[in-house]
Design a protein around this ligand. Structure first.
Ligand SMILES: [Zn+2]
Length: 100
């Protein structure tokens, strides 16, 4: 049976250039966990996804798709919020003389 190689990748830039972050700060705080740091973008955190080597390419494509989807959702949400705010403002402007 062929043994699959697992690699850890950076969730920010998808780089495999990762090393353990053993800085004095993380140990001194008493909250030292398995912390890692990306050598390429400097991202550090305890969560670095571990995936199979042959799935790295697929992961990169997938994350690109989800990122573009997220951007589209936020744009729609902003538009909805703008319409709601505008509607409330118009409603207040219309009802203000009645309240007075
Ligand atoms: Zn990175």
């Amino acid at each position: 049976m062929k043994k699959e190689k697992w690699v850890q990748i950076c969730p920010k830039c998808k780089s495999q250039n990762i090393h353990s972050d053993m800085s004095a700060g993380s140990i001194g705080m008493g909250t030292f966990q398995n912390k890692y740091e990306c050598s390429d973008c400097g991202y550090s955190g305890s969560f670095f996804p571990k995936i199979k080597q042959n799935e790295v390419k697929e992961y990169k494509i997938k994350s690109k798709v989800t990122q573009s989807k997220k951007k589209k959702i936020t744009k729609t949400q902003v538009c909805c919020l703008m319409v709601i705010i505008l509607f409330i403002l118009m409603w207040i402007w219309y009802l203000w003389p009645l309240i007075k």
